[in-house]
Design a protein around this ligand. Structure first.
Ligand code: B1M
Length: 219
């Protein structure tokens, strides 16, 4: 196991072979490779190829679905290791994918990396309406709200979510992310920050806490 195993894992994602991706992930872990390296060098490059081929009409939706299932099988093994354990929670972040959008792999990865950095994450799922975000905030009392969108057609729903939360007195920092989200778009919809990937999201959350938006539980 090593370079060959990693390449086979990428290929298993591309081919949508979930049993292979699960087995290879276990074998790579057993051979001593770290979960972060398996994710960065095996899973994400595989999913990148899938995205490119889908865009170029070289493969079709069912292929993307089986690739996503293979990715999820591997992520199930990696998530507990990426998240780590025994951290004192530094604050709470509520995350959800906005209405009309069912993409959740990226959001889940952001959640895992935040947990791995010591934050508690409340994940309210996919296809979340403005009210679902508001109810989530009322129920879970997060310190930061995170919105995810992967489609140019659903990113526009982030604005109504932010407006609905603000209109109902939610003053918490709201961050946005997902493949189509730019900093300009985030500014335009009055989000408090945006992140390109899971690592950026962790940095953004850290910055928000260190800039004075500290957790109410720590005040
Ligand atoms: Co969809 N899909 N998809 N898809 N899909 C994309 C997004 C697309 C770019 C593919 C393409 O054309 N190249 C394209 C969007 C085009 C656009 O709008 N510009 C697309 C399309 C068109 C569609 C459908 C409309 C297809 C159809 O039905 N004709 C449909 C829409 C369904 C819907 O949501 N209503 C659809 C469906 C699906 C599947 C269900 C088959 C599946 C999703 C499975 C799932 O998530 N459970 C799927 C997949 C897998 C993809 C691709 C191939 C991969 C997405 C992914 O998981 N990437 C994707 C192409 C691509 O991105 N290469 C594509 C891996 C993940 C780790 O990265 O999601 O980017 P990502 O997350 C990153 C960052 O974005 C960021 O950090 C994450 C981790 O680093 N981030 C945040 C995300 N959320 C964040 C929140 C933050 C901060 C950072 O703060 C809160």
């Amino acid at each position: 196991m090593g370079i060959d195993g990693i390449a086979s894992l990428s290929q298993a994602i591309i081919d949508g072979k979930h049993l292979d991706s699960e087995r290879l992930t276990s074998e790579l872990l057993a051979s001593g490779l770290g979960p972060g390296e398996i994710l960065e060098k095996g899973l994400l490059p595989g999913m990148d190829v899938v995205g490119r081929r889908f865009k170029n009409n070289e493969i079709f939706l069912p292929n993307v679905l089986v690739a996503a299932r293979a990715m999820k099988m591997s992520m199930k093994l990696l998530e507990p290791l990426l998240a780590g354990s025994g951290h004192q929670p530094k604050g709470k972040v509520l995350v959800g994918t906005v209405k009309g959008d069912i993409h959740d792999i990226g959001k889940n990865l952001v959640s895992v990396m935040l947990q791995g950095s010591g934050y508690t994450v409340v994940d309210i799922g996919i296809d979340c309406t403005t009210d679902k975000f508001l109810t989530g905030v009322a129920q879970h009392h997060p310190d930061i709200v995170g919105l995810s969108a992967m489609l140019t057609t659903t990113m526009t729903y982030m604005k109504p979510v932010i407006e609905h939360l603000r209109a109902n007195g939610v003053t918490l920092p709201i961050i946005v992310g997902g493949a189509p989200i730019s900093k300009e778009f985030a500014d335009e919809i009055h989000a408090d920050g945006s992140a390109r990937n899971a690592m950026d999201a962790v940095e953004m959350v850290k910055r928000i806490f260190s800039s004075g938006h500290e957790s109410p539980r720590q005040r």
